[in-house]
Ligand binder design. Structure first.
Ligand SMILES: Cc1cc2nc3c(=O)[nH]c(=O)nc-3n(C[C@H](O)[C@H](O)[C@H](O)COP(=O)(O)OP(=O)(O)OC[C@H]3O[C@@H](n4cnc5c(N)ncnc54)[C@H](O)[C@@H]3O)c2cc1C
Length: 422
């Protein structure tokens, strides 16, 4: 690349260009670089995101990290969660297992997304030191007979604020383009690929706080400080998960319209106090975020020389935490085909290729299955009347007291992923 300063255009070329250096783009680029491909990732953020966002790595995610030789590092830095206590109105309903018996890693690993991305970036730069180019926002994609021509502009600020007309411009040619620029993907839209789905009537407030210590009441309330907890309450579900560095993630359902501004640590602590009679210390918050939930799926994944993966292809409810895992499974699925497409001198139209069609169907089947599970999970945590809430708690207690809990663990831990590969 000739990255020319000022307003002049730089240009360059590579075999595979990835738009977006989030977990999906970084994972795929590492896979491809490890297989000897010339890959470049254009990421609009100038500096890595510090948001802890996805903290749950399910067993298939750890399997994916193993392919890059990163699973041990992840486990060493995270907190393995084998089960969580289901509670309602202070009563213990049973234990929800987070992994089925036959899964290789019998736990969900709690690790902040910022650390996961940092680990992936390091792996990519060890494999290909110049592959990740930060501070470039892809603004245009032109498909040609032999590949793609991409235009990117220098972003204005650290968090990737939109570039302006006079920002330096970069033109890049590649034989194949992978679109991994997240749920609000502008690149997918510019390729004319529609998203279908809907916004769900669910809003949440979440935050990371210092873990309670025995003196702040956990043991007094008969709880183990480092366990995951799911509280099914009439006003909506509350979930909390241990995180590394003696921290805890709290997530509270705030109804169809939200808790209302401001999204502050005190507001979240207040809600928890009212709903559970306990709350973390708001002064220890390191992240507070309000989010809404949508489930949307791309109408197709392939155009002539481009393929869309990760959240850009499928956005599902984060409740149950499967989105990042899906992106990595997409990457594992397309990597051999990307290699094949680069190895041949021809530039076949991906949207008409039978092998790409098969993988596209597999990716979408898996995403829809995950979406259905996430949708159900989300619906089960909605606010309901007191009677319905009692019935919901009784039903969960029943399930957790029978062998149905094994099925629940299989579903929760994405044990079904193996079956969906066929
Ligand atoms: C509250 C919350 C909790 C979650 N918890 C979990 C969980 O526990 N487990 C789990 O598996 N998943 C979870 N998820 C989902 C997970 O965060 C996403 O599925 C994951 O981040 C998707 O990765 P991605 O790389 O596809 O997209 P993103 O993470 O969105 O990354 C896209 C990247 O592309 C960049 N970009 C965008 N446009 C451009 C452009 N034009 N040019 C260049 N770069 C661009 C962005 O800056 C970004 O870095 C959660 C999500 C939320 C919101």
């Amino acid at each position: 690349m000739t990255d020319v300063p000022g307003r002049s255009a730089g240009q360059g070329s590579c075999e595979v260009l990835v738009v977006g250096g989030g977990p999906t783009g970084l994972f795929l680029a590492s896979l491809l670089a490890g297989r000897g491909l010339d890959v470049v990732v254009l990421e609009k953020r100038r500096v890595p995101s510090r948001h802890s966002r996805a903290i749950g790595l399910h067993p298939p995610a750890l399997g994916a990290l193993r392919v890059l030789g990163l699973d041990r590092e992840a486990v060493a830095g995270g907190v393995p969660l084998r089960s969580g206590a289901a509670l309602s109105r202070g009563r213990h309903l049973g234990q929800v297992r987070f992994a089925a018996r036959r899964t290789p890693n019998r736990f969900v690993l709690s690790l902040p997304q910022s650390r996961t991305e940092e680990m992936l970036s390091r792996r990519l730069s060890a494999l290909s030191p110049t592959a990740l180019r930060r501070g470039w926002q892809v603004t245009e994609v032109l498909e040609t007979a032999g590949g793609v021509e991409v235009t990117a502009r220098r972003t204005a600020e650290q968090d990737g604020a939109a570039p302006h007309g006079s920002s330096p411009l970069l033109r890049w040619r590649a034989r194949l383009l992978v679109v991994a620029d997240g749920a609000r993907s502008g690149t997918r839209a510019s390729l004319g690929i529609a998203m279908r789905g809907r916004v769900l009537p669910d809003t949440y407030l979440m935050g990371d706080f210092a873990e309670e210590t025995p003196s702040t009441g956990a043991r007094a309330a008969g709880r183990r400080p480092r366990e995951a907890r799911i509280h099914l309450e009439a006003d909506g579900v509350v979930e909390s998960f241990p995180m590394p560095d003696a921290r805890r993630r709290w997530v509270v359902h705030t109804g169809p319209t939200g808790a209302g501004p401001p999204s502050s640590a005190h507001r979240l602590a207040d809600l928890l106090q009212r709903r559970l009679g306990e709350a973390p210390d708001p002064d220890t918050a390191t992240m507070i975020s309000a989010f809404t939930v949508a489930q949307r799926f791309a109408a197709r994944l392939c155009t002539r020389r481009c393929v869309v993966i990760g959240d850009a292809a499928h956005e599902i409810s984060p409740i149950g935490g499967q989105g990042m895992t899906l992106g990595w499974l997409d990457a594992l699925d397309i990597a051999p085909l990307v290699r094949g497409a680069i190895a041949t001198d021809q530039a076949p139209d991906l949207s008409r290729d039978a092998d790409w069609g098969r993988i596209e169907r597999r990716i979408m089947r898996r995403a829809r299955t995950a979406g259905a599970i996430a949708g159900l999970n989300t619906a089960l945590g909605r606010p309901v009347g007191r009677r319905l809430s009692l019935m919901r708690a009784a039903a969960l207690r029943l399930v957790l007291g029978t062998r149905l809990r094994i099925l629940l663990a299989w579903v929760y831990s994405m044990g079904w992923v193996g079956a969906a590969r066929r």
